[in-house]
Design a protein around this ligand. Structure first.
Ligand SMILES: [Zn+2]
Ligand SMILES: [Zn+2]
Length: 352
């Protein structure tokens, strides 16, 4: 059995039935699994998912106070840009292109630190990275942690129900999981620590990082625009934290075959290029499945890619030393010769 077949903790309803068909749980089963795996009183090993949703809950009061107390149209625009554009693009730069796909490298740990903490910390790296390798390996197949064909809720709650790592890894397999994270700056547990806490991340350090990151950014926002601006941007982050969880469903066409000729060149899965996540965050998802290791996903002239702009800027100033740009290859394979068959590129992440 390949490592990526079992690196994630399977839900109680399983990934596939005995015939190998995708199990599509009912919404009731998904919600039940969600709370089962969020419950830290049942097992402390649920701590990371719990903390992730606790952060969303902690942001909610900022959102409410902003709407009912500090609301101005100017602050709404600021909150919109900070959450949708800034945080969205940061997710692409950091979690997606760097942590998961290693599409570029930093000159040193300083630039890694700056990039990691460039926005409010909400999504734990480990939950995103390990499961995203599985997503590329099994896109829209049983075992895909956010398989859009299994419905909205299956994807929306996946960071708790499907994405955390398996709690029963051998020491060798645990070390392979650590390997997936070693370039990210996340301090990982020893195997003994993993057996106790069920995760790669160390709880104390994760909590400390959260507090320091939020404290720093609240201070910066406060110095710029007082409590009104700080509440607006933290409130916007709450909105984003919920909204971003809908992307995995939308980005694969809600499980339907809606790929368009001349727009979606990769036909190996259901991923699609969408204007909104593309423009605000550089997530041209069909392009990305075509060339997962590319630091750029905007290939057509109209496909704005702000994440690529950041990586390129860091490269100009010497903070990024290497990057992989698949645009020339895309143009050669898909635009220069229109008779070229679709989806010939290798789209599966290779994990040692
Ligand atoms: Zn995808
Ligand atoms: Zn990816």
């Amino acid at each position: 059995m390949a490592f990526l077949d079992y690196v994630l903790e399977p839900p109680r309803y399983g990934w596939q039935d005995e015939s190998g068909n995708l199990v599509k749980p009912t919404n009731g089963q998904i919600v039940s699994e969600f709370f089962y795996r969020l419950n830290i009183f049942r097992t402390r090993k649920n701590w990371l998912s719990f903390m992730s949703w606790l952060q969303v809950v902690c942001l909610a009061p900022f959102f409410i106070v902003f709407i009912f107390h500090y609301f101005t149209w100017g602050l709404l625009v600021a909150a919109f840009f900070y959450s949708m554009v800034f945080m969205g693009t940061h997710g692409t730069i950091w979690h997606h292109r760097y942590c998961t796909h290693g599409a570029y490298t930093f000159r040193n740990k300083f630039w890694l630190f700056v990039t990691r903490n460039l926005s409010l910390k909400i999504i734990p790296e480990e939950i995103y990275v390990v499961s995203h390798h599985v997503h590329h390996c099994k896109s829209d197949q049983p075992g895909d942690p956010y398989n859009a064909t299994a419905g909205f809720l299956y994807c929306f709650l996946a960071d708790v129900t499907h994405q955390p790592i398996n709690r029963n890894l051998s020491e060798d397999d645990y070390n392979r999981a650590v390997n997936l994270m070693k370039h990210t700056g996340v301090q990982t547990n020893s195997y003994q620590g993993y057996l106790k806490w069920g995760a790669l991340a160390r709880p104390g350090l994760t909590l400390l990082h959260w507090v320091l990151n939020w404290g720093f950014w609240y201070g910066v926002f406060f110095l710029i625009g007082g409590h009104p601006l700080a509440f607006a941007l933290f409130g916007g982050a709450c909105f984003w934290a919920v909204g971003v969880r809908t992307f995995n469903f939308e980005g694969h066409g809600k499980g339907k075959d809606v790929q368009r000729e001349g727009v979606d060149f990769n036909r190996k899965d259901k991923s699609i290029n969408q204007a909104w996540p593309g423009i605000v965050a550089g997530e041209w998802h069909n392009n990305h499945h075509l060339f997962p290791h590319s630091a750029r996903s905007g290939f057509m002239w109209y496909q704005l890619d702000l994440a690529w702009c950041y990586i390129r800027l860091l490269s100009y100033i010497g903070a990024v030393t290497t990057f992989n740009d698949a645009k020339p290859l895309f143009q050669k394979q898909y635009l220069a010769d229109k008779k070229q068959p679709l989806a010939t590129a290798e789209t599966v992440d290779r994990v040692a």
